[in-house]
Design a protein around this ligand. Structure first.
Ligand code: URA
Length: 435
């Protein structure tokens, strides 16, 4: 079998066989097939798509490309959560400790930034010393001791996804349904949780811009999960403007801490409660969504979710003092308001463009090897539907480089539409899909 023929078959719109998919996944994982051939195949998949059968085969081939985690040493129903990616999506940072404080063991594998979206691991690395490169033994020990641990994708868990994820990030091949479904589900299957709650985003900041596409992606992932014997639920949520106010690694950590202190932005809190409820229901901790919501609100009100977060940060090499004093987290050298050019209602914020503003400021990778600036990003002052007066700040820009700041400012103004009338409100939670 030759990689060249596989690329050509897909380029011409053919359906790849199980042997062909397994051949390229195994060859790429072992380093026998180079990045440039796999990039070409990813681009062919991007344009030609994959059938449901190809997607399911790709998912299992990727899940089998390394070991699978055995979580049987952790008692209770282990529930994992994964987002398809968004802008300002710091959900895992707040939700993990909230759910853990309700008694569900959170044994989670997270990723880095992808395309215009941020990644949980990059955000957590805002805590100096924090590491997600931990052994399986330590991972299980931490979950048993603290109720929560987040690890990065190790070289031996779905390594094919690890390589493809980094390659897709820099080759404009992220936003394809089959590639997203196989990427997410391969690592969720390998990571061993009993139940999986998926946050499938839709809107201008999501990879699936149209709700119908998000629904199709959700249904495909739920089917893959169920076929693999995992209780899988997908929540379709809005990502047509940034989630909360903060976009950028350390800035999002600060907003997550505020949320655990009870001062979270309304849209972000609503999403955490919706996803958290599904996690508590899957984990058998609550009998109804209402009971679950009350439990989740309770662990914020009594401080136990914040305490859990501080313990989690300490257990993974960070210093809990930063949780008590988030202002001590990395801070940009230049912080300045971006004034509104006219008065009116913020009618639209093209959300992926806001993610790109954060990347331009230095918050994301341009190549696989790039370092990122944890301090930079944006904090919105006005969200969709808010009234702004000419000259009033639309957002605060946090940067360390004047020319990057100017480019981000230009882009942000282009992304933002201000009109005389307010827009219609979009619902945060669109649907829950459980197959
Ligand atoms: N999250 C992932 O893990 N993979 C994707 O392809 C997209 C979002």
């Amino acid at each position: 079998m030759r990689m060249y023929d596989i690329i050509m078959k897909k380029r011409n719109g053919g359906e790849l066989s199980q042997d062909e998919i397994r051949f390229f996944i195994e060859g790429y994982t072992k380093g026998e097939i180079p990045d440039y051939q796999v990039s070409a195949l990813m681009m062919a998949v991007y344009f030609r798509g994959m059938t449901e059968q190809e997607t399911a085969t790709l998912t299992l081939a990727m899940a089998d490309s390394g070991d699978r985690l055995d979580l049987s040493d952790i008692s209770g129903i282990k529930v994992d959560k994964h987002s398809t990616g968004g802008v300002g999506d710091k959900t895992s940072l707040a939700l993990g400790p909230m759910v853990a404080a309700c008694g569900i063991p959170v044994a989670k594998m997270s990723g880095r930034g992808l395309g215009h979206t941020g990644g949980t691991i990059d955000k957590l690395e805002s805590f100096p010393g924090f590491t997600t490169s931990i052994s399986r033994k330590k991972f299980i020990e931490n979950v048993n001791k603290n109720g929560i641990c987040i690890m990065g994708q190790t070289a031996d868990l779905a390594p094919a996804d690890k390589k493809l994820y980094a390659l897709r990030d820099v080759t404009a091949t992220v936003d394809n349904m089959s590639l997203i479904a196989s990427s997410i589900m391969s690592k969720k299957l390998a990571a061993g949780a009993d139940a999986i709650v998926l946050d499938v985003k839709t809107g201008s900041g999501a990879f699936m811009k149209e709700e119908a596409d998000a629904r199709a992606l959700a249904e495909e992932m739920v089917k893959i999960g169920k076929n693999a014997g995992r209780n899988t639920v997908a929540v379709i949520s809005d990502m047509d403007q940034p989630l909360g106010y903060a976009v950028g690694n350390a800035l999002e950590v600060k907003e997550a801490i505020d949320t655990l202190k009870g001062h979270g932005p309304a849209d972000f809190v609503e999403l955490c409660l919706a996803l958290g409820s599904q996690m508590l229901l899957c984990g058998g901790r609550a009998r109804s969504a209402q009971e679950a919501e009350e439990m989740l609100r309770g662990v914020i009100a009594d401080g136990s979710a914040l305490k859990k977060f501080a313990e989690f940060v300490e257990a993974q090499g960070g210093n809990a003092a930063h949780v008590s004093d988030p202002e001590s987290l990395p801070k940009a050298g230049i912080i300045r308001p971006l004034p509104a050019p006219i008065s009116g209602y913020v009618n639209k914020i093209v959300c992926d463009q806001v993610g790109i503003c954060s990347l331009i400021l230095g918050g994301g990778r341009e190549t696989k090897e790039s370092d990122i600036d944890l301090a930079v990003g944006l904090v919105l002052c006005k969200k969709v539907g808010d009234f702004v007066r000419e000259g009033e700040a639309l957002a605060m820009i946090h940067g360390n480089d004047e020319s990057r700041i100017q480019e981000a400012e230009r882009r942000y103004l282009q992304a933002c539409t201000i009109l005389d009338t307010p827009p219609e409100k979009r619902a945060m939670i669109r649907a829950v899909i459980s197959g």
